[in-house]
Design a protein around this ligand. Sequence first.
Ligand code: NG1
Length: 441
Amino acid sequence: MANPAIDETFISRFGASPGGYCQAPGRINLIGEHLDYNGLPVLPMTIDRRVRVAYGPGEGGRIRIENLDARFAPAQFVNAPSIPESGQGAWDNYARAVVRELNAHFAAGDFPGLHMVVEATLPDGAGLGSSSALMVAVALAYLDRLGIRIDKDISRFELSGLLARAERGTGIAGGGMDQTIALAGDEVHAVKIDFNPPRIERIPCLGSHRFVVCNSMVEARKTGAARHLYNEGPAACRVARALVERYLQAEWDPGIELRDLGDLWFGPLCLTHEEAGKVFDKAIPAEPLGFEDAARRIGCSVAELRATLPRDFPEPARGFRLRAMVRHVRTEFRRVEWMRDALIGGDAEGAGESMTASHKSCASDYGVSCPELDALVRAALEAGAIGSRMTGAGFGGCTISLVEEEMTGRFVQGMADSYYGGAPPPNAILPVRAAPGAGYC
Ligand code: NG1
């Protein structure tokens, strides 16, 4: 589909028209926050905001990428068996990570050049999955250049797994939610994603209601200041996993091994929620744990413990609040199931209750909210939302609120007047709809 701005830029930079276009949508996570990297289910929905890439062949194995948004400077690198990183936080690292990962997977013999121009209607640094949408769109462009067809030569699940790994290479120890929903979502459903084993279930999402995104205007750029904040969740859960494994080996069976906390519920153990709760109570101490204490309890050295944590992760000043954090993991998993049932049953009140409870748990147990997100949730409930919560990684970014369709206008006005003092910045309040998953366009 032609688009004058993207085409003009493409022609002026690269001297030819684009050979193709592809797009990948952003997402809201309805519920199931900070669960994906624990192998536990999440329930996101694509939104009608996306990243679009116009692309065409490049000469001499050179990959060039430009962005219509002037905040992102033009970048280029040579496609080769080894592709170095740009500086920490540089946006072209996402493209580098994609090309590196796909080269390794497909053992590409030659290393073709590619020209790309990116255009986004999806805000970045807002917890709406923009980094993964960019990576998915770049991947589709590069796969086309390699002559590899999605759904034929590679499945969407397989591709999302590769891209999740590639994104972890950029320094964020995240899970696979964003890549999977960008590739597997559709314009009608939310999607419950299970990782263990991988499975998706399409969930109807209350036709008579709308999800409204509100941006706290606090930017949470995971490749910048928010990187260590984000990584504290995965780091704490890895420490908790090791403590639980150690406890189970000592008390139940020396042969027990856990890949992640999700293995308590799935795989050979298959515990009930109640049983898993009891195990956590026994295995996880109530007091915060520093690296030294944690290593001693796990039975390893501090260096060995560090080696299991995300790259250059610093010791949290007050230690890991593990009890509260695993309580979030355990109760959030339950809320995913309740939310799924509520959506299928058309129970908006039930869905809203789970959302608001999830926000409280993200804030007080997992520690990933911030005063602005809490204020947005309060304002949303006062403005008539049935439920409201932060969405995505947290530390800033957006909330989502569940609102009756016919109340949407009044809700938007209420939020504009309250949180934004009558002057909301452009696109700060977005009633969203589900949108098609990634593809060529
Ligand atoms: P966002 O909101 O896009 O930063 C991050 C992770 C997800 C998931 C959520 C929290 C990446 C690419 N995204 O999303 O995997 O862990 O936080 O639920 O790491």
